[in-house]
Design a protein around this ligand. Structure first.
Ligand code: HAM
Length: 382
């Protein structure tokens, strides 16, 4: 959950996640600690520390913290599930990683998630591109929004991320990264695309996709939900970070991975209605006008058998308990009056049809199953 602050500071001073959004504090031993804003840096720190054999394939899930302007789909604490693979530059590994994330969204039943990919080239390509962007945006800086002018000073790449209308035409005409890719980086990207084609994974190349963290080289990608109407539509993202382990003091080791945003994925699931909501209707309501002990026992037995059951409390009258039973939306009322208590049975009334019958208390579970269907037992009642 937390790391030495230095681990994240090495991600670069052009990264907002590090410079503006990190929660950091001093612990009782005087160490500077940060709540992790993401997992990848910690994974690379761990790799550099323990030096496992490569390729090293790991996964993680857990919370991250970013001091962002909280809004729909953007939280200060959020959860990610992710994978990282360290030790290979093979473009087909990128394909495996990207398609695994893709399959995750497919298997959830989300049909409005699109995959966007791009290549940021090798460090020299990227540096040349950033320089070209700096020159270009500076020559148009009087037309840029104030926010983008400030971003330009820190990191010209991030100006491409601006969603401000004022910046749009200038961004649309900006130089694109593909003009700066080395032959190797180009060949790598072509192989990534060919691999995705071979697996039937649909994607679009988005040259404006630069990602918010600055450790990426070559492949970057994002899964975007088109059914989220907030400004925050990326449900997951990742890419290649071949220089990061070295940067953190380990041996030069390439890496690629992704993190899926669980909170936003759930929002996308809600908006596509992929999960059936739990029914608020309960199976049975127990009315016990004797002393409540039979209701206590039967409710326990029925719940153990997997039924949803409620009951009334405080020894209320039959009339008042039946009212609550009606309001509960239960399909069945199980009624125990003095006669039933004495005979060891109960009246089972179908509240939809008003049909009713006398059932032995020992047979209530089987009887209820015959009306509402079997349920998955919650615990072994033997
Ligand atoms: P990221 O794009 O910063 O990448 O985050 C990945 C995903 O986490 C986003 O697509 C989004 O769904 C979710 N997320 C990010 N910030 C928030 C927030 N404030 N509130 C809710 N959800 C959020 C990374 O974190 C990289 N470590 C991914 C990676 C792994 N790259 C290589 N390996």
């Amino acid at each position: 959950m937390f790391e030495d602050l230095g681990v994240f500071l090495r991600l670069g001073d052009a990264t907002d996640v590090v410079t503006k959004e990190m929660y950091d504090f001093e612990d009782k031993g005087g160490r500077r600690i940060a709540l992790r804003p993401e997992h990848t840096a910690g994974i690379c720190r761990s790799f550099a520390q323990h030096r496992p054999t490569t390729p090293w394939k790991v996964w993680y899930s857990g919370s991250n913290f970013r001091y962002e302007k909280a809004q729909a789909g953007r939280f200060r604490q959020f959860d990610q599930v992710g994978i990282e693979v360290l030790g290979s530059t093979d473009a087909l590994l990128d394909v495996e990683v990207i398609s695994l994330g893709w399959q995750f969204f497919q298997s959830l039943g989300l049909t409005n998630v699109v995959l966007m990919i791009n290549s940021l080239g090798d460090p020299e390509d990227r540096a040349a591109y950033i320089e070209a962007l700096r020159e270009y945006f500076e020559s148009h800086s009087e037309k840029l929004s104030e926010e983008s002018r400030a971003t330009l000073q820190r990191n010209p790449l991030r100006v491409l991320d601006s969603k401000r209308v004022q910046d749009k035409t200038i961004i649309d005409a900006a130089p694109t990264i593909s003009q700066f890719l080395s032959e190797d980086a180009q060949a790598h990207f072509t192989k990534v695309k060919a691999g995705l084609d071979a697996l039937g994974v649909t994607y679009s190349v988005n040259e404006g996709l630069v990602r918010g963290l600055d450790y990426y080289q070559r492949t970057v990608f994002e899964y975007v939900s088109t059914s989220l109407d907030s400004a925050q539509t990326a449900v997951g993202g990742g890419g290649r970070y071949d220089g990061l382990v070295e940067n953190l003091g380990g041996p030069a080791t390439p890496g690629v991975g992704f993190a899926l945003g669980i909170d936003r994925t759930l929002l996308a699931c809600d908006s596509e209605e992929v999960f059936q909501g739990a029914s608020p209707q309960i199976d049975a309501f127990i009315v016990d006008v004797v002393d409540g002990m039979t209701a206590l026992r039967l409710a326990d037995e029925l719940r153990a058998a997997g039924f949803t059951v409620d009951r009334a409390y405080d020894g209320r009258s039959m009339k008042s308990q039946m009212k609550v039973a009606d309001r509960s939306g239960a399909r069945i009322a199980i009624i125990i009056g003095p006669d039933e208590a004495e005979a060891g049975n109960c009246t089972v009334r179908n509240l939809m049809t008003s049909e009713q019958s006398l059932v032995l208390q020992t047979e209530v579970v089987t009887h209820l199953a015959s009306i509402v269907g079997e349920r998955n037992p919650r615990r072994n009642t033997q």
